[in-house]
Design a binder for this molecule. Sequence first.
Ligand code: ADP
Ligand code: MG
Length: 353
Amino acid sequence: MNKYAVIFTVAALLLAGCDKLSPPPSHSQAWVAEGKTMGTFYRVTLASPPPDALVGLQEQINQVLNQDNHELSTYLQDSVLSRFNQYNGAEPQPISSAMADLVSTALRIGAKTGGAMDITVGPLVNLWGFGPDKQPVSMPTQSQIDAARARVGLGHLRLSEDVNGQWLQKDLPDLYVDLSTLGEGYATDHLAALMERRGFTRYLVSVGGAVISRGLSPQDKPWRVAIQKPTDREVDAQAIVDLQGHGISTSGSYRNYYELQGKRLSHIIDPATGRPIDHKLVSATVIATTAMEADGWDTGLMVLGTEKAKALAQQQGLAVYLITKTDRGFETWASPQFKPFIIEGLDDPREKH
Ligand code: ADP
Ligand code: MG
């Protein structure tokens, strides 16, 4: 798989440690592992690793990704999450502490975005043809939307902890929890933690649109992580950041969509209306301490739209980069916390601060 195969699948494209026009790092300087996971691609790049430090690393990467899939996948019928979704009772169900951390992050960000990020939104995602069900041939009716909305809401989910561990509980028998919107960040954090455990300090890891990089690239320069220009054809960078050990994630409405009756429908659903988002914000990128945190916020900010996303970023002190469609093209906005990470792209003449 060449690097452009990865670029076309993810929202935050990776120019892994090299200029876009220069060749990728040679394998004497870099070790690369890549493949498919969670319906997307993962990649691990290590700069100048001593060969004897690599023993068993690929197997450990596979183990980490398999473990996360075993917890979160909605495609695997026997994943922890699928079993929770299939269970129709109200008794607390056991989950791992890592998964409890994920759910608690999702609930916290859900609350802070006023319910814009909602991990129970699945019935609506499905109704609009972005889940396991196929795309509708006509617009869903208001009564179909209302019926799906009755099965959605963070208030139906409860996380608890006691001496025996962590538990997840629901008060609606057919509540459908989908953690995939934070899943890429979760897996990225786990890959980064594996690199740390193995003693690597110069790495770039990504799952889908979530990325963490630390240290210097094989060229002894900052790793270059690019925020993609919001088109469905171009593979071009809007801005390039140096993450310095942080996590980044981008959510965009310009890739995953289809047209129905002349209207472009995005895969991101506003739980408040029960409909795909319909505004001018085309991508939201967040940098945070963990990739999971970034991955949770990007979707919530995408739902809120440019003005509310800016206000929330400022209120919460988040590192956020927004790309908004205007009559003249695209306008970018970076919060004060985001700007120090940018190594290219701040001098865009259309940019408004
Ligand atoms: P992607 O990398 O595919 O753009 P995101 O992290 O933006 O992924 O998550 C989008 C996915 O999250 C959708 O495909 C859908 O399954 C789900 N989703 C859609 N709307 C919401 C929402 N308001 N809150 C949480 N998850 C959502
Ligand atoms: Mg997300």
